[in-house]
Ligand binder design. Sequence first.
Ligand SMILES: [Zn+2]
Length: 408
Amino acid sequence: MQLNSNIHLPGFEAFTIQKSEEVDGIYYLHVDREVKNHRCPACGAYTSNVHDYRVQKIQHTRIFGRQVYVFYRKRRYVCRSGCGKRFYEDNPLVERYQRQSMEMKQAVAMELIHGKSFRDVAHRFDTSPTTVIRRFDYITAPLLDETQTLPDVIAIDEYKGDAGGETYQTIIADPVNRKPLEILADRRKETVKNYLRKHGERVKMVVMDMSHSFKAAVDQALGHPIIIADRFHFCRYIYWALERVRRQEQNAFDDYDRKKCKRMKHVFYKQPETLTDKQAWYLERYLQKSAYLKRAYQLKEAYRLWFETAKENGSKHLGATKAHLYEFYDLVRESGVTEFEQAIGTLQNWQKEIMNTFGFELHNGYIEGINNQTKVLKRNAFGFKRFDRFRAKVLLHHQYKKLDIRVA
Ligand SMILES: [Zn+2]
């Protein structure tokens, strides 16, 4: 197939296609520009005196599904004002000394930011993983919007990124505008503390899980700001308690029910109103088999009622929320379900921070979304094992989620 010279090709508006040929499924385009007045970069005089030509071979993005190479016959002008300067013509196709067109580099950059693996991007742009990794390293510094001063409200969470030889990283996020601000290399207290000391002078509130090391880091670096326990994290203690009871109790069931109960475990966590008849039947069956499991289940439901009411009460009826929480503690103590007694021990230790959740109506649930996105990243981990790349990848992906960018 011949590409006609007056066909419109994106990126070639300023060029004349002198010749096009297809060899073994690859397009070769031979292009140049018209002679034009250019301003001498040395003395500022105008010239259209041609000095000579050099042919530059450039890889371009695919067109009609075919690989494209461009032979650009690049013109050099010579200044005639007496300065004698020789210089290349302007062109919107390729930068000096580059072997890929700007269009190609731009397309690669967008793909690198938007969640594909290096290997995949390399494959789709007919280039090598090393080349796209080099490109990624090159674009990250100018594109990344580095957070210097943290906002008034931040969220801290651990983050299972498996990067730089550490299983866990720490993510610092903005829970109000829902965006990640920083990823720290590990979750050690010293790491978090040092970072907050440097960037946290404005921070007044911190949403976090119930980690003593985070709390100590925050208190020491920021001088006891308001700490808000994240609701997802404290609710987990109750669900874990029920989970432990279920596992232990089903062990006493016969073989069939033990396996079935394990498979049907979701019926214990779903809201009872939303269970199908079949699910409700199984739930009832297992609760009948173990009085201890039944007590644990009822406690979980009592907790859920407290939690839903507390959310509705919000900041207006904190007193009622607190009184209701004490009633729940009493229920647990009377029940003798030790797994739940342990769980409320944790809730009591963090009670002030838990109550703050409702007082300030803040949480960091959206970080879970970031975590899920990272799982996809990890499946395509090639190249992202290095911490600096991992960090850049996560931050860039979120910063440019809704934006189109121009990459220089
Ligand atoms: Zn000149």
